[in-house]
Design a binder for this molecule. Structure first.
Ligand code: SF4
Length: 456
């Protein structure tokens, strides 16, 4: 199924779509207020973007520096070329410790590598401890948003899910009750875990330390209770120096949820006494994306989710319609680099309005990259004959003012006088879900000519 078909499925429940749209727009508005309260916000974005560009040009230096410093701190550092290697490394650490229970805080990298099923296949219990992640894990679904993984679920959905899996009583979606029950359930898992897995938001080259941001404190809880901590990071998570955290932490929290700072910005530097700390540094296609000049800036991404919250397509099609770990505008740039055929519909799931680029805290030119992928895809992937014919015809009409005028007149005439079936048919995909606007008076050109004549 392509994106449009999956979006059609999501759109069957209109009330839910409207609610999803509104909930994400609320987050976008919070982001705006929060960003406008920071003097020099645009300068901060410039700085974030420049620092990321510097990182991408010097990845080899910073990653090796990070490894050296982390090793000095007593941390075990591993390198994984791809998802398979990443999963094998994590499993081998688990096996070395005869570990059978894992608590995991939010990590899009482990989602990308499908770590959970890999560990479960080997008899290991993996519990996602971020509340939203736990909800989708119980529902056996992937996250639909990188910051708000269960945003597609209502509190009533969660009520039913918890009754089924946690034995809760019906509460008509009472959030306090449901959160309290989730807390009890998770506490038990934390206390019995052998290993804690976390993601990494920022890895600092000059100290060998790293920062994990959560709003629930679940990363800290897991790490402090388990004997072994495994942190999994993509190579692009590196930043040169500790003081650069001041730039990225301010950008991240405000862009993600409109908070001035994430509730827990936890700094990990070395293992506690009698404990072990591991870092797995993963490539998994990132160097390939780095080699694509037009798309390398997509690796600036700090996974704040702001481009999703603002995107009119994402808000009304839902994260699952993208069928990729990272949905929304940034996912639509990253995914074709992984599998062009499978994800060829995603760069077209955009109005190219540019709102994503406007909110991106590290100034990624998202909508321009989407447009560039479209140019690649139409050359490399077979396109439907109807689409190709319409595009060719449209190209000719738009390049010729006379033809454009005639086409405009005919379209206005048809919209006013033609029977409905002639306008709303298979060729008119736009009209499938909405009526075209009513034709009023003259075209712009006719109005303009008349106006000039009247002014003579
Ligand atoms: S592309 Fe930009 S806005 Fe989107 S998630 Fe990444 S950092 Fe945030």
């Amino acid at each position: 199924m392509n994106h449009a078909k999956r979006a059609t499925e999501f759109n069957k429940d209109e009330a839910k779509v409207n609610w999803h749209d509104k909930a994400l727009w609320y987050v976008r508005e919070k982001r705006d207020k929060s960003a406008h309260n920071v003097h020099g916000w645009e300068y901060l974005r410039e700085l974030g973007s420049a620092l990321k560009a510097n990182v991408l040009s010097n990845l080899d230096t910073y990653l090796v520096q990070f490894e050296e410093n982390a090793k000095k701190n007593g941390v075990h550092v591993h390198w994984a070329a791809d998802a398979k290697e990443h999963n094998e490394i994590v499993l081998s650490i688990m096996n070395k410790h005869k570990a059978k229970k894992v608590v995991k805080s939010k990590s899009m990298l482990t989602e990308e590598c499908h770590l959970n099923p890999h560990l479960e296949k080997h008899g290991i219990e993996v519990i996602d401890t971020d509340l939203g992640e736990r909800i989708v894990q119980l529902a056996e679904e992937p996250p639909s948003h990188i910051v708000l993984p269960a945003i597609h679920k209502t509190k009533e959905d969660v009520d039913v899910l918890f009754q089924e899996h946690l034995g809760t009583i019906p509460s008509q979606g009472n959030p306090e009750y449901l959160v309290g029950e989730a807390r009890k359930h998770l506490r038990n898992k934390f206390l019995n875990a052998d290993v804690a897995i976390t993601g990494v938001n920022f890895a600092v080259a000059n100290t060998g330390g790293f920062v994990v941001c959560t709003n629930e404190g679940n990363a800290d809880m897991g790490v402090h209770l388990a004997k072994v901590h495994i942190a999994c990071m993509g190579i692009e998570k590196i930043i040169p120096r500790e003081e650069h955290l001041g730039v990225f932490l301010r950008l991240l929290a405000r862009s993600a949820t409109g908070q001035p700072i994430t509730t827990y910005s936890s700094h990990f530097n070395k293992p506690e006494e009698d404990k072990e700390m591991h870092i797995v540094i993963v490539d998994n296609g990132r160097t390939e994306q780095l080699s694509r000049e037009d798309f390398r800036a997509s690796l600036h991404c700090i996974r704040c989710g702001a481009c999703m919250n603002t995107c009119p397509i994402y808000r009304r099609s839902g994260g699952h319609s993208y069928d990729y770990t990272i949905p929304g505008p940034i996912g639509s740039i990253l995914s074709p680099g992984k599998d062009l055929k499978k994800h060829s519909s995603l760069p077209f799931a955009s109005t190219l309005c540019g709102s994503c680029s406007n909110v991106c805290p590290v100034k990624i030119n998202i909508h321009e990259q989407l447009y560039k992928w479209r140019q690649v895809i139409v050359k490399e992937e077979p396109q439907p004959v109807i689409k190709k014919t319409i595009m060719k015809t449209a190209g000719k009409v738009l390049a010729n003012p006379k033809l454009f005028e005639v086409a405009g007149k005919s379209a206005r005439f048809a919209l006013k006088h033609a029977p409905r079936f002639m306008v709303y048919n298979k060729l008119n995909a736009w009209g499938n879900a909405r009526d075209l606007p009513e034709v009023k008076g003259d075209s712009f050109e006719e109005w303009y000519k008349k106006r000039n004549k009247n002014n003579e």
